[in-house]
Design a binder for this molecule. Structure first.
Ligand code: MG
Length: 264
């Protein structure tokens, strides 16, 4: 009897790591408990999107939103955007969406924003090309500083704090809710900016909530500071309003239906 019990216990124990991935998720959410880009960090569970990809943009900008790119067609093109040197945004505008023009550099809004709700739709290149971080990589930066990663994370492994909908270098998404390459993804982001006092001293951190395809993937996470590659730099005082920017990572990622609501 004892032998049977210990056999059952051994089987359960052996199975527990796999069970743990489903029931306990990723373990600690505290960035300090993990090295930046730690490849030992558990992979978020793959779930199906709550908002499936459609040919048409998802919803319409609410009446109090600032439209950064229209949901049907955008005769204004990228007129509210500019390149980082202030020149007109050089990315390719096609009917209903625009596309990263690789190696022309990122683009940013001419207007600055602080606390916001941001809706943005994006699509990774089809057919997929490359792997790991070298597939469908871009990024949306709040205040040009705090990155919600854009990456083709559909059947494409990478370090979890750098996959799609991660807060880059800090927090993997709670789950992986990716649409397939060529299909559309929706991010709904709520961002609360960090606070600094009038002398530039740090007062409070940035907080970020993200829904990816209608699935909660970042739940009011406290950012450790600016997003960094292989680093977690500390906060540095900056303006209360700074542009939203999109990253050129050499991949022709597409965007459509972008709108922002100011929360301050
Ligand atoms: Mg990126």
């Amino acid at each position: 009897m004892t032998r049977i019990m210990s056999f059952i216990a051994a089987v359960l124990f052996a199975a527990s790591p796999a069970l743990g991935q489903d029931t306990e998720g990723q373990g600690s959410r505290t960035p300090a408990d993990w090295d930046v880009h730690d490849r030992e960090r558990p992979r978020p569970m793959v779930v199906s999107p709550a908002i499936p990809s459609t040919d048409q943009a998802v919803g319409h900008a609410p009446s109090d939103a600032i439209v950064l790119f229209g949901d049907v067609s955008s005769p204004e093109g990228l007129s509210v955007w500019e390149s980082f040197n202030g020149d007109p945004a050089p990315w390719k505008v096609v009917d209903g969406y625009f596309e990263v023009q690789p190696r022309t550099g990122g683009i940013r809004t001419k207007q600055g924003f602080g606390d916001v709700q941001l809706h943005i739709e994006w699509s990774a290149p089809m057919p997929p090309d490359g792997e790991d971080q070298n597939r469908g990589n871009s990024g949306v930066f709040l205040m040009e500083t705090y990155e919600v990663q854009i990456l083709d994370s559909y059947e494409n492994d990478t370090y979890p704090d750098g996959q799609a909908a991660s807060l880059y270098g800090q927090y993997p998404p709670l789950v992986n809710a990716m649409s397939a390459p060529g299909e559309w993804n929706v991010y709904d982001i709520v961002f609360r900016r960090p606070r600094f006092d009038e002398d530039g001293a740090f007062v409070s951190p940035a907080y970020v909530t993200v829904l990816h395809n209608g699935v909660l993937v970042q739940n009011h996470e406290e950012m450790t500071g600016p997003s960094g590659h292989r680093s977690r730099p500390p906060y540095e005082a900056h303006a209360d309003r700074l542009p939203i920017s999109l990253q050129d990572h050499d991949h022709p990622v597409r965007f459509r239906n972008i709108w922002v609501r100011e929360l301050e």
